[in-house]
Design a protein around this ligand. Structure first.
Ligand SMILES: Nc1ncnc2c1ncn2[C@@H]1O[C@H](COP(=O)(O)OP(=O)(O)OP(=O)(O)O)[C@@H](O)[C@H]1O
Length: 251
């Protein structure tokens, strides 16, 4: 079995007196799609924020390829090989599709500063186009981002996250706000991307998760209550109890 890419040990997160995460211990191995699910307020976003460096856990440790991430600043996560997209559309609406990704490429470059002529770094254009190709947006490269369909804007966010060629890609509700057709396209894109990197996602759409994931983690009241294959999760009595009465299209 391959070594873990990310090892989470006894992670807890407190906000004042409120415990949002407690005693979470798990590992993520390379080349898999893992989904994190759980009812509203279960701690999914908090866990994601801990894994991507937005939050420092109150207790416990997160190791990436053996290195403790404690003290690592958020922008350094990208250099280490961890990138994430955000739930809220996070693009520059008035820039072109290509410019959106290129800005991300520039931002990740230590030698670049805003006074440098952009033509000095033609490889940034090539990298931006490569990221657009991998999400199927290359034909839209010169369009203004705000005119893209919602699903295409979400794909653009993923292209931005891909610019650093991360080993671990964290996606926060990549199909939020999408209808069935756009969801299907996003699933196809995620399956394609998963061939080359490890993907971790938070999602609410249960049917989509069951079809896409190799593994599912279930959080409830800040604790990991189940961890298994889609089949194991679907038949887990505790998970069924937690979801009972909630309209997640689960059963
Ligand atoms: N910065 C914060 N300060 C105080 N409480 C917080 C903070 N962030 C999250 N919480 C609380 O922690 C709990 C878990 O929140 P979190 O957003 O992680 O849940 P979630 O599973 O992502 O929920 P949802 O599915 O609704 O997005 C909630 O009760 C929330 O109110």
């Amino acid at each position: 079995m391959s070594a873990p890419l990310l090892a989470v040990e006894n992670v807890g997160m407190k906000f004042g007196g409120f415990i949002a995460l407690q005693g979470v211990t798990t590992e993520f191995r390379p080349g898999r799609v893992t989904s994190i699910i759980g009812p509203n307020g279960a701690g999914k976003s908090t866990f994601f924020n801990v894994l991507s460096g937005v939050l420092t856990p109150s207790t416990g440790s997160v190791r990436f390829k053996g290195d403790d991430l404690k003290g690592t600043r958020q922008h350094e996560f990208v250099h280490r090989g961890i990138a994430r997209s955000y739930q809220i559309t996070n693009i520059f609406p008035d820039l072109s599709v290509h410019e959106n990704v290129r800005v991300a490429a520039q931002a990740g470059r230590a030698r670049y500063n805003i006074w440098t002529n952009r033509n000095r770094f033609p490889e940034l254009d090539a990298r931006a186009d490569k990221a657009l190709e991998s999400v199927g947006l290359i034909a839209k490269r010169n369009e203004t981002a705000k005119f893209l369909a919602h699903g295409q804007q979400r794909a653009l966010e993923i292209a931005i996250a891909l610019i650093s060629d991360p080993e671990l890609l964290l996606l926060d509700e990549p199909t939020a706000g999408m209808g069935p057709e756009e969801t299907k396209e996003m699933v196809a894109l995620l399956e394609k991307l998963a061939a080359e990197r490890t993907i971790l996602l938070v999602e609410h759409k249960m049917k989509m998760i069951l079809g896409l994931s190799d593994r599912i983690l279930v959080l409830h009241h800040g604790q990991l209550i189940a961890d298994g294959t889609p089949h194991e999760i679907q038949t887990d009595p505790e998970v069924r109890r937690v979801y009972l009465g909630q309209n997640h299209g689960y059963a």
